[in-house]
Design a protein around this ligand. Sequence first.
Ligand code: B12
Length: 219
Amino acid sequence: MIFDDIIHSIAEGESEETLEFTKQALAQGYSATSILEKGLITGINIIAEKYRTEKVNVPEVLMATNAMHAGLSVIEPILTAPTKKGLGKIILGTVAGDLHDIGLGIVKTMAMTTGAKVIDLGVNVSPKKFASAVRKEKPNILMISSLLTTTMSVMKDVIVELEAQDLRNGVKIIVGGAPITDAFAKEIGADYTFENAFEFRDFLKENLGKLLASKRADI
Ligand code: B12
């Protein structure tokens, strides 16, 4: 089964194989979304669990990450809708002190399926840098990721910085990452959190129009 091949090639960190198998899966008629969900994300989650349980080390994780990106490069152009004016702007990044960007990359791919303009600030982004990007770009949505319990609190710092610069109103803030709960999102004053990229995609499909129509209104 082609999904098993994709999963196995990611676990082995074999980028060229992942690229090839992803192409083959498309040629066999599987949708880009199903390849993402059942192949690439499943593969990276297996290596993530092995890292968590100390069965593999950092180099294996980085090789698996490269392999996942190789597969992503094949399906991203299919998933991505052409950017259209009027479909809004989304800024995203991982907080200062945190270098994890695999999950955010997947969420970004989902954001790109909407046709909104997506601006990626990358990893290790300080509250001031988030704020200056919001000032300059005036996005409809700001998405913040954190994978570490030690950097979660920086999400709050970002919101405080936006408030201090009078930039909080008019931008919806979505936070996410493995340690982020609904209660935490609420406590720091974020608007939403989603457990994974697919929940986020479903939310956007249903609500992006309403969100653009009324920046300040609750949806
Ligand atoms: C890959 C990884 C790394 C890689 C990162 C490579 C990269 N380019 O991202 C490397 C090896 C560099 C790394 C380093 C470290 N890591 Co690390 N890492 C992981 C690992 C194994 C997988 C994370 C991952 O990518 N998962 C796969 C993706 C698809 O899932 P995800 O990130 O959760 O994203 C999904 C959702 O969370 C959500 N999501 C994510 N962001 C957002 C944002 C928004 C807005 C929304 C809506 C949704 C959303 O959607 C995504 C897709 O569905 C996790 C363990 C784990 N099982 O999670 C540890 C883990 C996060 N790391 C951990 C730690 C401690 C570290 C280090 C401090 C060193 C160490 N001792 O290992 C350093 C810190 C470096 C730094 N300053 O950031 C700990 C964190 C513990 C904690 N409680 O804080 C974990 C949990 C491992 C563990 N020990 O249990 N790590």
